[in-house]
Design a protein around this ligand. Structure first.
Ligand code: IPM
Ligand code: MG
Length: 356
């Protein structure tokens, strides 16, 4: 298979982990006889520094022209404490999602058995947890009108959803539920929020097309509690943009570390694959970032955008084997990890390649 892959490392540790993810793609191409052609593009703070824009037109054009994008992270601490900054790295990410029509963000939360001890949740609660989140990614309060009034003393962000936006993400989640345990949990705040009431109405209607899938509706606050209390009760979860952002950071603890979680953003065109963690400037340049989320994002890319299931499984199995052999990055090490088995970013990447 011949494919064009755009590498977009972005900011902070995005650079370090994406380089490792690319090496894994390279090895897969070599091992399975594919030809992957790479190009690279800028986004986020590095793009602002180079061009003034967090998502240069050239990057967007390259994304649209490629078969898949392997993405790193965006963000820079200098903007975090400067609420008045007009141009921000995150704007590049949001514009990319909108422009590429990436309305469905899949975040699989699966605990590798070897990491049971890495989470702060009790092992007996965690063992066997396996959740697939569908986070809506191009609507909600993220994209509604926002601004200030009363001479800047009042701020507003409008949350908006249209029926078709809920329908298409719901269908994707129902389709996935069919291939798994035939259980779907839709999360909203329909007791208070109008967009949530539309959300629930639409999900109830789509549910009629999937009589074989058991549906439950939960409020977001209760879901936040249940995820920690009994993560195994969930299988496929579908929710709105902001709720999904928050719940998946929480759920990352079920997988031991944010450094383990990959995501796929798909929709109308090119799919984008990225770790759910951010740019982590506190550890940037130290060579200690966990590259496994980027490697697992590459696995999702192979499976979802290219339909290469065996290749994708080979990557996941290699990660599993490395963990079974006792190797850890700092974030997933525990008291039982031998100090010599705690690896940096590149060494962990090299181990995965070795097992591949
Ligand atoms: C994520 C991130 C982004 C989001 C930020 C960086 C804008 O937290 O992908 O989850 O809020 O969507
Ligand atoms: Mg987030």
């Amino acid at each position: 298979m011949k494919k064009n892959i755009l590498i977009v490392p972005g900011d902070g540790i995005g650079q370090e982990v994406t380089a490792v993810g690319k090496k894994v793609l390279d090895r897969i191409a070599e091992k399975f006889g594919h030809e992957f052609i790479y190009d690279e593009a800028l986004i986020g703070h590095v793009a602002i520094e180079a061009t003034g824009s967090p998502l240069p037109d050239e990057t967007l054009a390259k994304m649209k022209a490629s078969d898949a994008v392997l993405f790193g992270a965006v963000g820079h601490p200098k903007y975090d404490n400067d609420p008045s900054a007009k141009v921000r790295p995150e704007q590049g990410l949001l514009k990319m999602r909108k422009e590429l029509g990436l309305y469905a963000n899949l975040r699989p939360i699966k605990l590798f058995d070897e990491l049971l001890g890495a989470s702060s949740i009790k092992p007996e609660i965690l063992k066997g947890a396996d959740i697939l989140f569908f986070r809506e990614l191009t609507g909600d309060i993220y994209f509604g009108e926002k601004g200030r009034k009363n001479d800047g003393d009042t701020a507003y962000d409008v949350a908006e959803y249209s029926r078709y936006e809920v329908e298409r993400i719901a269908r994707k989640a129902f389709d996935a539920a069919r291939t798994r345990k035939k259980k779907l949990c839709s999360v909203d705040k329909a007791n208070v929020i109008e967009t949530s009431r539309l959300w629930r109405e639409v999900v109830q209607k789509i549910a009629l097309e999937y009589p074989d899938v058991e549906v439950e509706h939960q409020f977001v606050d209760a879901t936040a509690m249940l995820l920690i209390k009994d993560p195994k009760r969930f299988d496929v979860v579908v929710t709105a943009n902001l709720f999904g952002d928050i719940l998946t950071d929480e759920a990352s603890q079920i997988a031991g570390s944010m450094g383990m979680l990959a995501s796929a953003s798909v929709g109308d065109g090119t799919g984008v694959y990225e770790p759910i963690h951010g740019s982590a400037h506190d550890i940037t340049g130290k060579g200690v970032a966990n590259p496994l989320a980027s490697i697992l994002s590459a696995a999702l890319l192979l499976d979802i955008s290219f339909g290469l299931k065996a290749e994708s499984d080979a990557v996941i199995n290699a990660v599993d084997a490395v963990l079974k052999a006792g190797y850890r990055t700092r974030d997933i090490a525990d008291a039982t990890t031998a100090p010599e088995n705690i690896l940096g970013t590149d060494a962990m990447g090299a181990k995965v390649l070795e097992f591949l």
